[in-house]
Design a protein around this ligand. Structure first.
Ligand SMILES: Cc1cc2nc3c(=O)[nH]c(=O)nc-3n(C[C@H](O)[C@H](O)[C@H](O)COP(=O)(O)O)c2cc1C
Length: 329
């Protein structure tokens, strides 16, 4: 995607900055934004050219990332003192045009909306073990409510057998990924200042109950003994939706971000383990045996990180254009 057009308005810059804080698969940032008119409306588009073809052939994760960006745009509109008016998948002929957000009636942000907005720059992905301080039941109940408010379900795996079953499925997927040269190359391409920085993935991927991505090939250099695995895993959860169409992936992304921002406001971060959801046979097993009929969209751990690592985003000049029509690659 090449971005063209005039100078964007201040509100559009504010919304694009907020949107860019969203998480995305290995920081691929598969989105671009269009300001319609002068701050009349703000469009969220998937940039299919930035999708990871082997990891995400159907674009489900790309749309989840854009859904998270959309939730940030809604939050930023609240922050400006307006109600967001969201039109999802507004053009049937363009499935990558995911949402148009307009400015509705003036309304001062509620306390909750302000807290979510404050957490936008504080949320970061964690990798490796969490610290010992627990995530309280009250916060978990709040996080479940946040997901439900967006039409999704945050299923916390508090039964050890279920968490162990999910861990085996993550492990199977991760072993296959490590053995697959082309997937390993695709992942390695995402490591660096414009993707996942080396400093953010230095923890050995096999320290917790759920195997992590081996961004740096550490598992080839040394093995973590079984007795050292599992400490600091935190809370294991799966974010699910009742259905599994493009609109549901967008719901999943918005729910994910709402959960993550609420958690970050309380000092709790997430680590992601989406490997089994990227292989249809394993995703089906998670669906049938772990989330039992609900469609699994994200696998995550929640906990209090001993440190946080921030990750760079593309400059706004590369992701925001002033309407009417962006040039496509
Ligand atoms: C759909 C999706 C899947 C992801 N899968 C993983 C994953 O399996 N492992 C991981 O470490 N991070 C994963 N992430 C997190 C991204 O790597 C992270 O969002 C990105 O590097 C930007 O960093 P930040 O979240 O700290 O801003 C995923 C994010 C999304 C939205």
């Amino acid at each position: 995607m090449t971005v063209t057009g005039g100078k964007p308005g201040r509100a559009a810059l504010h919304l694009a900055r907020a949107a860019s804080f969203a998480p995305s698969p290995h920081n691929s940032q598969p989105w671009f934004f269009v300001e319609e008119g002068h701050d009349r409306a703000f469009e969220v588009h998937a940039d299919a050219g930035r999708r990871m073809p082997l990891t995400d052939p159907g674009g489900r994760e790309m749309v989840i990332a854009c859904g998270a960006a959309l939730f940030n745009v809604r939050t930023a509109v609240h922050q400006l003192g307006f109600r967001p008016v969201v039109d999802v998948l507004p053009e049937l002929a363009d499935q990558d045009f995911l949402a148009r957000v307009g400015f509705g009636a003036h309304a001062a942000p509620t306390g909750d909306e302000e807290s979510l907005a404050r957490a936008l720059p504080l949320r970061h992905t964690h990798r490796g073990p969490f610290g010992p301080e627990p995530v309280t039941e009250a916060l978990l109940a709040d996080l479940r409510d946040q997901a439900r408010a967006e039409g999704a379900i945050l299923q916390v795996l508090d039964v050890p057998e279920k968490a162990a079953l999910l861990a085996r499925l993550v492990d199977t997927a991760e072993r296959s990924d490590r053995a697959d040269l082309w997937r390993a190359v695709e992942l390695a391409h995402r490591v660096g200042p414009t993707g996942v920085p080396v400093t953010a993935c230095r923890a050995h991927p096999d320290l917790t109950l759920l195997a992590g991505r081996d961004y740096l090939g550490l598992s080839r250099r040394y093995t973590v003994p079984e007795r050292r695995r599992g400490a600091g895993t935190g809370i294991v959860a799966v974010l699910c939706t009742p259905y599994d169409q493009r609109a549901d992936w967008l719901i999943a992304g918005q729910a994910l971000q709402r959960v993550l921002l609420c958690a970050a406001g309380h000092g709790v971060m997430a680590a992601f383990h989406t490997q089994p959801l990227e292989r249809p046979d394993l995703r089906e097993k998670v669906h049938r045996r772990v989330t039992v009929g609900r469609h699994p969209q994200m696998v995550l751990r929640l906990g209090r990180p001993p440190y946080v690592r921030s990750t760079l985003r593309r400059p706004l000049s590369q992701v925001l254009t002033h309407g009417p029509v962006p040039l496509r690659r």
